[in-house]
Design a protein around this ligand. Structure first.
Ligand code: FE2
Length: 461
C-alpha cells in the first residue's frame, strides 16, 4: 500500500505541476475535473466536489465557485458563503480533514464548543467508526459554517471536507462522499487524500495567481499607455507653443513630427521608435525658445550675427531636453543634430555621415521638406518639381540617401493608393501633389539613389 500510495501521489503531483503551467481557463477546469476523478477513482469514492474559495473584490461577497463535481445529484451544485470566521476555522483544521457526519450526529460534541483551546477528536460514527483512526481538529472549528451547511452536506452524502490551504490562504474545499465499499477510510486513505488535495490546492492557487498577474499586467499596460498618451499630448502642446513663437511657420513642429514618423515607419522602425521619432520631430526646434522673437520672425533674410544667434537653437534644444527623462532614447541628440550635414558643413558640431544619428538625419529631411513646402516671409514655397531637384542635388551632401529613399517610397505609397492614410496630402494641401506627374519623378530619383541601379548603369558605360 505504501509504495502504491507514493506512486499515486507522485503521478498526481506531476498532474498538478502541469496545471501550474496551464494559463487557459478551459484547460484549468479540465485539469481540476481530471484531478477530482483521479482522487475519487483512486479510493473508489462515490461522489465529490472541488470548490474554490476566492477572495472577492467586494468584501461582502463570500461566495464560493464550484470547480468540479462528480456523483452528486444533477440539480445539486454545492454553493456556499465562506465567512471570514469560516476561513479561520478551515485554516486551523489540525488534521487536514473534517468529519461531516460526526458534526451532524454529535451536535453536543465539543466541536461546537467555543473553547478554542480544546483539541477534539472527531467523533466516529457508523458503529466501529467510519474513519478508522480518529481525526483531530480545533474546538472552534465548525460551528458557523456547519450550523448552516452540515445537514445539507450529509443529505448529499458528503462525509469529509478537506480544506485546501496554500501559504496560509484558504484556496478551496474538497468535499468527499464515502467509499463505494462502505468501508471506513483508513489512515493511509487519508494520507493519499490529503496529499492529492494539497496538489489540487497548489494548482488552483497558482491559477489564481496567474490570473492576478495577468490582471495586473493589463492594468500596468493601460497605465503605461495612459502615461504615454499624456506625454505625447504634453509634447504636442509644447510643440505648438514653440510654433506660436514663430508666426510664419505655424504647425511646423507638428508636421516635422509627422514626416519623421512616416520616414521611420518606412525604414522599418518598431512602433516605439516610430513614436520616438514623432516626438523628436515635435521637439526639434525647442531651442528656439531661447532665441529672440525678432530674429525668428524677421520678415527678411537675417544677417550673419542674427544667423549665428538663430543657430544656437539646436544646442540650446539639447540643453533643454537633456535633463528630462524621455521614454525614448536620443531625443535630445536628435534636436541637437538636426542641422548637421553629411558633408560636415552643418552645425553645431560639424559632424559627418556616420557621426550623425539616423534619427537626427530623419528629422533633418523632415525639417527641410517642410521648410521647402511652406511659405516663408521672404519666399513662397517650392513646387514639387523643385523639391525633387533639391533632394537630388543635396542627397549625399546634406541628406542621407537611405532617409531620402524611405521618404520617396512612403510618398509613392500614398500617391498610388497603397496606403489609405492621406497624411502628405493633408499636410501639403489638396492641390500640391499630382500623382500622375509626381510618381515618375519620385521613381526616377529612387533609381538614381539606388546603389544597385547606379553600379549597373556604371557597368554599361
Ligand atoms: Fe531647426
Amino acid at each position: 500500500m505504501e509504495s502504491n500510495t507514493q506512486k499515486l501521489i507522485h503521478s498526481f503531483g506531476a498532474l498538478a505541476d502541469l496545471g501550474q503551467e496551464v494559463a487557459d481557463s478551459g484547460d484549468f477546469m479540465e485539469m481540476v475535473r481530471t484531478s477530482l476523478h483521479l482522487l475519487l477513482g483512486t479510493l473508489a469514492i462515490r461522489r465529490g466536489a472541488i470548490i474554490e474559495c476566492p477572495t472577492h473584490l467586494l468584501p461582502e461577497d463570500k461566495s464560493t465557485n464550484l470547480l468540479a463535481v462528480w456523483g452528486l445529484g444533477d440539480d445539486y451544485h454545492p454553493h456556499f458563503d465562506v465567512e471570514d470566521a469560516d476561513r479561520e476555522t478551515f485554516l486551523n483544521v489540525t488534521d487536514g480533514a473534517i468529519d461531516v457526519l460526526g458534526l451532524v450526529q454529535s451536535p453536543t460534541s465539543n466541536v461546537q464548543s467555543q473553547n478554542s483551546d480544546v483539541e477534539r477528536e472527531v467523533s466516529t460514527v457508523r458503529g466501529s467508526g467510519w474513519v478508522e483512526e480518529s481525526l483531530g481538529t480545533t474546538a472552534e472549528s465548525s460551528p458557523v459554517f456547519f450550523d448552516r451547511y452540515a445537514t445539507e452536506l450529509t443529505q448529499q452524502g458528503i462525509e469529509l471536507i478537506i480544506p485546501m490551504a496554500v501559504r496560509g490562504e484558504l484556496t478551496g474545499l474538497v468535499l468527499l462522499g464515502g467509499k463505494a465499499s462502505g468501508e471506513p477510510f483508513t489512515a493511509d486513505d487519508l494520507e493519499v487524500i490529503k496529499s492529492m488535495v494539497r496538489h489540487i490546492g497548489v494548482g488552483i492557487h497558482t491559477h489564481r495567481l496567474l490570473g492576478e498577474v495577468k490582471q495586473q499586467a493589463l492594468q500596468n499596460r493601460r497605465l503605461y499607455e495612459d502615461l504615454r498618451a499624456i506625454y505625447r499630448d504634453t509634447v504636442r502642446a509644447f510643440a505648438a507653443a514653440i510654433d506660436i513663437k514663430d508666426k510664419y511657420t505655424q504647425g511646423h513642429s507638428e508636421r516635422v513630427g509627422r514626416y519623421s514618423e512616416i520616414i521611420a515607419r518606412e525604414l522599418g522602425f518598431g512602433e516605439e521608435e516610430v513614436e520616438g521619432m514623432a516626438i523628436a520631430g515635435y521637439l526639434h526646434d525647442v531651442g528656439k525658445l531661447v532665441v529672440e522673437r525678432d530674429i525668428i520672425n524677421a520678415p527678411y533674410r537675417i544677417d550673419a550675427k542674427q544667423s549665428s544667434e538663430l543657430n544656437r537653437h539646436p544646442a540650446a534644444g539639447f540643453e533643454i531636453l537633456s535633463p528630462i527623462h524621455h521614454p525614448y532614447a536620443d531625443i535630445p541628440l536628435m534636436a541637437k543634430y538636426h542641422h548637421e550635414r553629411m558633408d560636415g558643413r552643418g552645425y553645431p558640431d560639424g559632424l559627418t555621415d556616420e557621426q550623425i544619428p539616423l534619427g537626427a538625419k530623419i528629422v533633418t529631411l523632415a525639417d527641410s521638406f517642410d521648410a521647402m513646402t511652406t511659405d516663408r516671409p521672404y519666399k513662397t514655397r517650392r513646387t514639387f518639381d523643385e523639391v525633387i531637384v533639391d533632394l537630388r542635388r543635396n542627397t549625399g551632401s546634406q541628406f542621407d540617401a537611405i532617409v531620402v529613399t524611405a521618404f520617396c517610397r512612403a510618398l509613392i505609397k500614398e500617391l498610388n493608393g497603397e496606403t489609405k492614410e492621406r497624411r502628405f496630402n493633408k499636410m501639403l494641401g489638396k492641390n500640391y501633389l499630382d500623382a500622375t506627374k509626381d510618381i515618375p519623378l519620385l521613381n526616377q530619383l529612387l533609381a538614381e539613389l539606388d546603389p544597385n541601379t547606379q553600379s549597373a548603369a556604371a557597368g554599361t558605360t
